[in-house]
Write a protein that binds this ligand. Structure first.
Ligand code: GDP
Length: 197
């Protein structure tokens, strides 16, 4: 897929105020600092469409972008940032939960995982939540350039094996790097195919 336009539409903390257009929607989420903004910018070939978070956990909004006038890309807040107070985190979880439960246009959620990290409780719990609510998701391994190729393959194989302790089937996954553009074509082709179905 060629990206011909990528426009910011709106930010809000209430799913009922999200754009009404009935076009396919794809959400991006992951732990703070996982490389979400960088990935979105890399995919869209824009420098600062998604704001890279100088202060993780600060931008706690649902951000809608319209891509090619055909689909929505949604940048969701990063989760699991230790310095956000417990009360604030609960509120955050509530509106994010609502987003996932209410947003009928949502086609697929991309759960971002740092390629260097082993499965973390918060990510596993989040995938569990998606599964329980029948929300389709893919895993996107980020920052692949930070590991050499054999280490990267080993790490991803180990990650998937561990996931099989929790899931009968593995979700689809992508391996990406915002620095090198790795994974961009596969990722955009996937969205294009799903949009066509
Ligand atoms: P976010 O908080 O998930 O939006 O993460 P950011 O996109 O702001 O990235 C967090 C940090 O990781 C920044 O310092 C980025 O430059 C760095 N980073 C993000 N993606 C990559 C990547 O693919 N490769 C490398 N080497 N660094 C990355």
């Amino acid at each position: 897929m060629k990206i011909t336009s990528a426009e910011f539409v709106m930010s809000n903390s209430n799913v009922t105020k999200a754009p009404k257009d009935r076009i396919p929607e794809y959400a991006f989420i992951g732990r703070s600092n996982v490389g979400k903004s960088s990935l979105i910018n890399m995919l869209m070939e824009r420098k600062d469409l998604a704001k890279t978070s100088g202060k993780p956990g600060k931008t706690q909004l649902i951000n809608h972008f319209k891509i090619n006038d055909e689909w929505f890309l949604v940048d969701l807040p990063g989760y699991g940032y230790a310095q956000v107070s417990k009360k604030k985190r609960q509120i955050f979880q509530f509106f994010i939960e609502n987003y996932f439960k209410e947003r009928e246009q949502l086609v697929c959620t991309f759960v971002l995982i740092d390629s260097r990290h082993d499965p973390q409780k918060i990510d596993l719990e989040f995938m569990q939540f998606l599964g329980e609510n029948q929300i389709p998701f893919c895993i996107v391994f980020t920052k692949a350039d930070k590991l050499g190729s054999s280490k990267l393959n080993k790490q991803i194989t180990t990650y998937k094996k561990k996931l099989l302790n929790y899931w009968e089937e593995l979700p689809m996954s992508f391996v990406t790097s915002s620095s090198t553009g790795m994974g961009r074509d596969e990722f955009l082709n996937f969205i294009e195919q799903v949009n066509e179905d």
